[in-house]
Design a protein around this ligand. Structure first.
Ligand code: ACO
Length: 401
């Protein structure tokens, strides 16, 4: 590489790091992650303790505002969010206008962006108070949009849920309430979803979070920044992996359940197939979230009495991968998405909604990261490049080409 080409026009040296494997983009006080030791902490609290003792809304408050809420702060946060759960009726019309075949992540990303158009004032976040208004607005409205997206796909009438329920209970009710029957809450599912949302709530500077921060760094509004993050999360190498895992497990089942055949495919460098739900950019020993969620998956399936051949295939793959030299050498362990899809499936959530559930969980993390970036008055994100194209050439008119 030509050393001169690595110098920027301002004279500094440019670091070339495709995929930003070793490049820090910011200082952050939100999430601590040690990939070698398998440690994940939100604001200093271990993910294990939070998943066991806190609920999702407390964790959301902790991530966004830096401290666990007092009872009064928690109640106020909940009430303020609930007060924002109404969605403009014209947005309902947009939901109706999407084709049934539309992927829910495309719908959610568009609707989140549309919220800026319906709430132009939300772009003004100069004071903490204005910021708070935008925060509770999106925390109130996203679950409604998620539930509507599912109900629209299932041909059910759109529903606003019940203001007296907790945040996660309400999400489940809005998604699954049948128009003709009284709705009965299943506490096992409420607890499992609460845990899943906590585990997904933040993961420092991953692809979607970096997207939210970089879009927000241009002072685009919170909702536009979140919409960009949702689009990033959609990708199968990121949040879309939970959908891809289930599709892979189903394909293996359809193909006779021969896990060894798929292990061989994953190792074959001439085959683009990868074992979805295995490997992680930063966890090179184990993903601590995967341990918690594996236990939760076993509990949910046990409690609900679900026998699922897909789970047997998953367990088979996990066992083989842990004993396989290729996977051991590359430190490829099951990640959080390997198990989350299994729980979502047990809950009756359709496969193409899995990544939307991930987005719902990641929402407070994205908000916290965006808020931190704005409060720290970070400069606009603008990476440099190493130009490797043509040197200067003369234009040739079209009739001479
Ligand atoms: N199956 C088979 N081989 C794999 C897998 C896999 N799932 N993941 C990585 N490898 C191999 C690569 O082929 C490479 O092998 P090589 O050294 O012989 O060339 C080596 O392991 C390192 O892989 P990289 O792609 O360089 O690792 P990177 O850190 O860039 O990628 C990623 C991490 C994207 C998660 C990758 O492991 C992957 O594609 N996994 C499957 C998708 C997935 O589960 N994504 C969810 C991530 S978690 C999340 O977003 C919440």
């Amino acid at each position: 590489i030509d050393a001169k080409a690595l110098r920027s026009s301002t004279g500094g040296v440019i670091t070339l790091d495709p995929g930003y494997k070793n490049t820090g983009s910011c200082e952050s006080a939100i999430t601590f992650l040690d990939g070698e030791k398998g440690i994940l902490r939100y604001r200093g609290y271990s993910i294990e303790e939070l998943a066991e003792k806190a609920d999702f809304l407390e964790v959301a408050y902790l991530l966004i505002f830096g401290e666990l809420p007092t009872k009064d702060q928690n109640d106020k946060f909940h009430d303020d969010i609930k007060a924002q759960s109404l969605v403009d009726d014209d947005i309902r019309k947009i939901v109706d206008a999407f084709p049934k075949s539309a992927h829910p992540m495309g719908i959610i990303s568009s609707l989140t962006s549309a919220l800026t158009a319906f709430n132009p004032g939300s772009v003004n976040v100069d004071s903490e108070e204005d910021m708070y208004k935008s925060v509770v607005k999106i925390m109130g409205k996203l679950p409604v949009l998620v539930a509507w997206t599912l109900r629209k796909k299932q041909g059910l009438p759109l529903d606003y849920g019940d203001k007296n329920l907790g945040y996660v209970e309400n999400v489940l009710k809005m998604m699954f309430k049948s128009p003709n029957e009284e709705y009965k809450q299943n506490q096992i599912l409420v607890d499992a979803l609460d845990k899943l949302l906590i585990l997904h709530a933040d993961h420092e500077q991953n692809c979607s979070t970096s997207t939210v921060r970089i879009v927000g760094s241009a002072h685009a509004g919170l909702f536009a920044s979140l919409s960009a993050g949702i689009s990033a999360l959609w990708g199968p190498l990121h949040g879309g992996a939970n959908q891809a895992v289930l599709e892979m497990l189903e394909a293996i089942k359809e193909d006779g359940g021969d896990t060894k055949k798929y292990m061989a495919k994953a190792k074959d460098k001439n085959d683009p197939f990868r074992l979805m739900g295995f490997g992680h950019r930063v966890y090179k020993n184990f993903d601590p979230r995967a341990r918690i969620i594996k236990k939760a998956a076993d509990e949910v399936l046990g409690d609900l009495g679900i026998e699922d051949p897909i789970l047997d295939i998953a367990k088979g793959l996990e066992k083989e991968a842990l004993e396989d030299q290729y996977f051991v050498d590359r430190k490829l362990y099951p990640n959080v998405d390997f198990y989350s899809g299994i729980i979502y499936r047990a809950m009756g959530i359709p496969t193409d909604m899995f990544t939307v559930m991930f987005a719902l969980g990641r929402l407070p993390g994205w908000i916290a990261q965006w808020r931190e970036m704005r409060l720290r008055k970070e400069p606009i994100g603008r990476p440099r490049q190493l130009y490797i194209g043509e040197t200067e050439r003369s234009f040739i008119p079209i009739y001479n080409r």
